[in-house]
Design a protein around this ligand. Sequence first.
Ligand SMILES: Cc1ncc(COP(=O)(O)O)c(C=O)c1O
Length: 379
Amino acid sequence: MLDLQRQYRQIRNEVLAAIERVCSSQKYILGAGVEGFERELSEYCGSKESVGCASGTDALWLALLAAGVQPGDQVLTTPFSFFASASAIVRAEARPVFADIDPQTFNLDPEHAELFLNSGRRDRLRALLPVHLYGQSADMDRFQELAKSHHLALIEDAAQAIGARWRGSRAGSMGACAAFSFYPTKNLSAYGDAGAVTTNDAGMAAHLQRLRNHGSPSRYVHEEFGANSRLDAIQAAILRVKLKYIEEWNNARRLRAERYDQLFTEAGLLARNAQPENSAPIRTPYTSPSAHHVFHQYVVRAFRRDELREFLAARQIGTEVYYPIPLHMQPCFVYLGYREGDFPEAERAAREVLALPMFPELTEQEQKWVVKSIADFYC
Ligand SMILES: Cc1ncc(COP(=O)(O)O)c(C=O)c1O
């Protein structure tokens, strides 16, 4: 599914030298190295500011607080994402509300979001939280319009989407603020947990800096309750090494996605109808013409998905289901009052999606073997 050793072999010397510099300095928390990474991340994303923190999950929570989400507010997000997209809202003492996804992109559908905005279920709605799922930006033109006309904060969950663009604008530059994850499997990854929030608002960045450090503007003065969510200098040093390669690595992912598309077409496996079937069992990912997709994951819809997955596992081919249970069906969200059938596209996606091996060093031979194995399963 993912072989991190291959990347490590390429950058090992640079990474070890960067770690050694931090150890020699004996400055491990925040400091000049973290500030350097924050500056370079902002330059890359096209945001004015960025604030490093301990994880993508913390980045979402910090972003919600800094964007002004208050206890008892609602925040609208997608039911088809990693758990943290919704749990961060609960952690900010607000209530997650969901709207269904676009079946083509798997991202929050602005039409469904608008229906919610104009419905009676809206009550103290404070923010929109679209997720750029699998590395493809949500429709940020429509979300910017909705945020503006309904006076809502727009927060990007860009955890899977560093380098992704929507009509030329980079993920992390299109909302009031954006959350990134540098979890080890992400396109830009640390050697442990790490995250960041980007924003164009200097005041918000200053607030984020306080929040990640116990709400403290200066030593032993606490203006509010934040947390210990600082980015440490070793992770920042590793991320600075890797950030130099992110464009190259994202382009390698895009090429591999194109190659999968081509191999599936050649194998005659492509579904022409909305519903995959045995003779045409695979729907390859759709990329919006406005999006520059960075393929954090290459996710197909597959007929008899679970059986296919077992068949591939027997051939040592790793796959993953992101995500098997939509968020509104999670046991811990029963209190929100949603039922099965409320978001049919998210529920269908949960039954059909399959992420195939995808990373910049994946070879053509390996991709051919994956597609041949899928063809073998269906014939
Ligand atoms: C969409 C999304 N949001 C948030 C997160 C949380 O990031 P982290 O694992 O760094 O806490 C992740 C990562 O797993 C994610 O994929």
